[in-house]
Ligand binder design. Structure first.
Ligand code: NDP
Ligand code: OXD
Length: 310
């Protein structure tokens, strides 16, 4: 069996031998190689942000595996017709996302940033105590990551409201679905978490009109994709006090350009797209398990639906 690996992140030196060893361990002997133009057809391709040339050359693998959860960067590429594209589902990301979002929510709920700033200024001042019942957290997207985040927040006894395309039932989480329910959803949440995939429908979803529906003084946590947010509308909402703060892990352009207004904004907390990292060992284990399933004609989770774009 032949497997090709490609990522612009220059990490083939780790992925290639580890993938080969993992395949060998489950008795799927394979030659795994970093992709170069002109290679013979592979049985599987494992890729992140591949060039179109790779897809044009590799027209008949049994599947393309993507080493991330979001596939928006692939939507403009032309994949060979009929070849499944399979993304990571969880593979160790959900627990990371749950811990990142929970810390950001708790930081806002408990007023920790203001308390730390006061201490740095030599002032001993207790933050106001909020009522948990009045701090509803709204999670946009109740997929693999959003569901785990919503349930982690519910375990901390926050009222949690979720929004998705199709109906969901999650213990401890009230949920609504569909575009028609979005305005009412937004009106109820003090802290909004975005965990949607980036698709033509969700691009720019968090614009001035929708941010204005949140109760005054709400918070935004965006851990999905930068383009879900209209940057200028977010800045305006923060400057007017409509939003009290935003935590942003993802940006329209990454790395965030040095001149971008987000860097210096006093009410924005920034992190460098690190809320849920691709964990190589967990990802390889999942990909190898799915390769085995595909070879045996079994169905696998995480197959991208080209019509939905995620
Ligand atoms: P999933 O595909 O499992 O879940 C997506 C969720 O969004 C589903 O609940 C889906 O609804 C909902 N959704 C999609 N489109 C719409 C819409 N138009 N209206 C309402 N709901 C919609 O994705 P994951 O949970 O695995 O990942 C979510 C995103 O997180 C990724 O696409 C990626 O962009 C981002 N991400 C960010 C990382 C980071 O480090 N910052 C790391 C990993 C991922 P339904 O269930 O009904 O289909
Ligand atoms: C992903 C990401 O989509 O890292 O996996 O953002």
């Amino acid at each position: 069996m032949r497997v090709l690996y490609y990522s612009p992140d220059n990490d083939a030196a780790h992925w290639v031998p580890e993938l080969q060893a993992a395949l060998h361990a489950v008795e799927l002997p394979a030659l795994v190689q970093a992709w170069q133009s002109g290679m013979p057809p592979a049985d599987f391709c494992v890729v992140w942000k591949p060039p179109q040339a790779l897809l044009d050359e590799q027209q008949s693998p049994k599947a393309y595996f993507v080493t991330g959860a979001g596939v928006d960067s692939l939507l403009t590429l032309r994949f060979p017709a009929g070849v499944p594209v399979i993304r990571l589902d969880d593979a160790g990301m959900a627990v990371q996302m749950a811990e990142y979002v929970t810390q950001a929510v708790v930081r806002y709920f408990r007023g920790l940033a203001a308390a730390e700033a006061a201490m740095r200024a030599g002032v001993w001042q207790l933050p106001a105590v909020r009522s948990r019942a009045d701090f509803t957290v709204g999670v946009l997207g109740l997929g693999v990551l959003g569901a785990r985040v919503a349930q982690a927040l519910a375990a901390f006894e926050f009222p949690v409201l979720g929004w998705s395309r199709s109906p969901k039932q999650l213990a401890g989480v009230r949920s609504v679905h569909g575009m028609a329910q979005l305005p009412q959803f937004l009106q109820q949440v003090q802290c909004l978490v975005c965990l949607l995939p980036l698709t033509p429908e969700t691009d720019g979803l968090l614009n001035a009109e929708r941010l204005a529906l949140l109760p005054r003084g709400s918070y935004l946590i965006n851990v999905a994709r930068g383009a879900h947010v209209v940057d200028a509308d977010l800045i305006a909402a923060l400057d007017s006090g409509q939003l009290a703060g935003a935590t942003l892990d993802v940006f329209r352009t990454e790395p965030l350009p040095p001149e971008h207004a987000f860097w210096q904004h006093p009410r924005i907390t920034l992190t460098p797209h690190t809320s849920a990292r691709t964990l190589r060992s967990e990802s390889i284990t999942q990909i190898v398990r799915k390769m085995h399933a595909v070879l045996h004609g079994q169905s696998v989770a995480g197959v991208v639906d080209p019509n939905k774009g995620y």
